[in-house]
Design a protein around this ligand. Structure first.
Ligand SMILES: Cc1cc2nc3c(=O)[nH]c(=O)nc-3n(C[C@H](O)[C@H](O)[C@H](O)COP(=O)(O)O)c2cc1C
Length: 168
C-alpha cells in the first residue's frame, strides 16, 4: 500500500469484530514501531503486548478511553533510563514513542488491521497490572483488531488555517 494512501485511510477504530491477528502480522506491526525515528537514536520505547482475554478486559476497566473489544493491546512505554536528562528530554522521548505508535497504526492499516491510540487510561493501575517497573512509563495504548467497519474520517482543519509560511 502506498504511504500516502495509508496516511489518508487510517482511522481510529472503536468497534472490532472477532478475529485473531496472525502472529506474523503482529510482528510486522511491532517491527514498524522500531523503525521510527528517535532523538539521538535513543529508541526509548518499550512495548507491552497484551493478548490474553482476561488481561485485556482488566486493562479496559482502567481505561475509559478504550472502546470496543480489540484483539490485542500494545502499551507503548518510555524507558526513562534511555532518556538523557529531565524536562525537555522527557518530552522528546514521548515524541519518539508517538512516532513509533503512528508507524504501528499505519502498518496495521496496510494489513487490514484497525487501531486506536488511547491516552485515556489509568497509568498507575496499568503499571501495576502489567508489572511495568518504575523507570518505565506507559504513555499510550494502541488497540488492534479487525474493524467492524472503517469509520468515516473526522474533519480536518484546512491547510490554510494550520500552515504559516515563513512567519506565523
Ligand atoms: C495522543 C492521542 C490520544 C488519543 N486518545 C484517545 C482515547 O483515549 N480514546 C479514543 O477513543 N481515541 C483517542 N484518540 C484518537 C483520536 O480521537 C482520533 O485520532 C481523532 O479523533 C481523529 O480521528 P482519526 O484517528 O480517525 O483520524 C487519541 C489520539 C491521539 C493522537
Amino acid at each position: 500500500m502506498d504511504v500516502l494512501e495509508a496516511i489518508r485511510g487510517r482511522r481510529s477504530v472503536r468497534r472490532f469484530r472477532e478475529g485473531r491477528l496472525p502472529d506474523e502480522h503482529l510482528r510486522l506491526i511491532l517491527e514498524a514501531a522500531i523503525w521510527a525515528p528517535s532523538a539521538g537514536n535513543a529508541q526509548p520505547w518499550e512495548f507491552v503486548v497484551v493478548r490474553d482475554r482476561s488481561t485485556v478486559e482488566k486493562v479496559k476497566m482502567f481505561s475509559p478511553g478504550l472502546f470496543g473489544d480489540p484483539d490485542t493491546l500494545v502499551v507503548v512505554c518510555v524507558n526513562r533510563r534511555r532518556v538523557r536528562g529531565r524536562g525537555p528530554h522527557e518530552v522528546v522521548a514521548i515524541v519518539d514513542a508517538a512516532m513509533a505508535a503512528q508507524n504501528m497504526m499505519l502498518a496495521a492499516y496496510s494489513l487490514g488491521v484497525g487501531s486506536c491510540p488511547v491516552a485515556s487510561f489509568n497509568r498507575a493501575a496499568v503499571r501495576e497490572l502489567l508489572g511495568i517497573p518504575e523507570h518505565v512509563e506507559p504513555v499510550l495504548i494502541v488497540s488492534l483488531g479487525y474493524p467492524e467497519e472503517w469509520p468515516r474520517p473526522p474533519a480536518r482543519r484546512p491547510l490554510e488555517e494550520v500552515v504559516h509560511y515563513e512567519r506565523y
